[in-house]
Design a protein around this ligand. Sequence first.
Ligand SMILES: *Cc1c(COP(=O)(O)O)cnc(C)c1O
Length: 223
Amino acid sequence: MAINKEAYHKILTECKGKATLVSVSKTKPVDDIEALYQLGQKDFGENYVQELIQKQATLPKDINWHFIGHLQTNKVKFIAPFVYLIHGVDSIKLLKEINKEAKKNNRVIKCLLQVFIAQEETKYGLDENELEEIISYYITHKTEMANIELAGLMGMASFTNNAEQITTEFAGLNLMFNKSNAKLTIINYKLSILSMGMSSDYKIALQEGSTLVRIGSLLFGSR
Ligand SMILES: *Cc1c(COP(=O)(O)O)cnc(C)c1O
């Protein structure tokens, strides 16, 4: 399966000045990643720890690896030496574990809190109250959490063709992003990344203030 260069350049243009493009390469061979890398792409997203470790070992070392799947606490140690940004943090327990493993590796690992914004019940993430709890926790424990950088929020919209519905969900996440930042001013801190938008809904996400889109099938073909 060849990569779609045309789509790549089109999406880059659409993202320009607004958002970072993370190309989601899960289940795709390293040859496809290499091909996109040759075009200048540096940010890649993976969902499975084992697969990520194997790919990272063989591919160029200046790739920014984004972990966008559901991360189990006992697996943090495997990706802590190199992971660039962890998108799916949904508990204080996981945040603490990342902090611990980052410290062992003498690193600061950037994290996003995953917020549940969709209507389906299958998606992971925090509700608004849980998000507020973690933000409050971070405000009071920031010095102990020196090896993580709370960089922003991530969310996935409902799997639907209803553009209005998706717009509402992304707008809701943007609102929580701004509210979180309002709370964080007390420690002079600011979230900078709002990770939302996939192949089917990234245009809406960009309209609603996304600063990072995660796109797989448009670039690599369907899985
Ligand atoms: C797989 C995945 C994507 C990419 O999905 P596409 O529809 O192929 O663009 C984005 N974000 C997350 C969290 C994913 O699991």
